[in-house]
Design a binder for this molecule. Structure first.
Ligand code: FNR
Length: 184
């Protein structure tokens, strides 16, 4: 059976380094794996229980439905101030309020991209903590933390030029496939 993974992008920036990874990933997927990007989390309002009480926004429900029907999720995100960007936390907070909660028992891989040395490792561990409560089946290894991304990408062309990085990303997708087949 073909597997379908959906990708959640944690940066809203048009020229985002993380967006380059998000847009390259479908071409790195193995045979029988389709990766598609979810809508922008920039369309979600700021979480407010009063808003929720009036009805969860359509944009949130649509994304929850797409996640629920996917075989797995890939989160690609920058690190902001040693943690998860507020927009991503906001999206996860909204999604966590949908019943049934779409990330529960969902195989999930994390990728962080940064122009800095550490590659977003600290955000990744905060994200893992959040995903404990959301009960996602987070892939342990390989951990994809792409540091010094500007030297590995052609930003103008929106391409990942470093072959080692491309191979590494493909290896993680293969590991997510294996996890999905194991828990599925
Ligand atoms: C950053 N940046 C950053 N980088 C990092 O490696 N660790 C960090 O803690 C932070 N903190 C941080 C806070 C804020 C508010 C901003 C705007 C940026 C730099 C960040 O990695 C860089 O801007 C990336 O290019 C952002 O990812 P996108 O938008 O290119 O995908």
């Amino acid at each position: 059976k073909e597997l379908h993974f959906v990708l959640l992008l944690g940066s809203l920036r048009r020229a985002s380094l993380n967006r380059i990874v998000a847009e390259t990933l479908p071409s790195l997927a193995p045979q029988g794996v389709r990766i598609s990007q979810l809508g922008s989390i920039g369309d979600f309002p700021l979480y407010d229980q009063d808003v929720q009480d009036r009805g969860i926004p359509r944009s949130v429900l649509d994304m929850a439905e797409q996640i629920a029907s996917a075989d797995g999720v890939i989160i690609v995100t920058p690190e902001y101030n040693y943690s998860v960007p507020g927009v991503l936390k906001n999206a996860l907070d909204w999604l966590s309020r949908v019943t049934p909660q779409p990330l529960a028992k969902k195989p999930l891989a994390i990728q962080t991209v940064s122009p800095g040395m550490i590659g977003g490792a600290r955000a990744q561990y905060h994200l893992r903590q959040i995903l404990v409560f959301l009960d996602a089946y987070v892939l342990n290894k390989p951990e994809v933390m792409i540091g010094q991304a500007a030297s590995k990408f052609d930003v103008d062309k929106g391409a990942i030029t470093d072959q080692g990085t491309r191979d590494f990303l493909a290896r993680q997708i293969a590991a997510l496939v294996e996890l999905t087949r194991t828990v599925g």
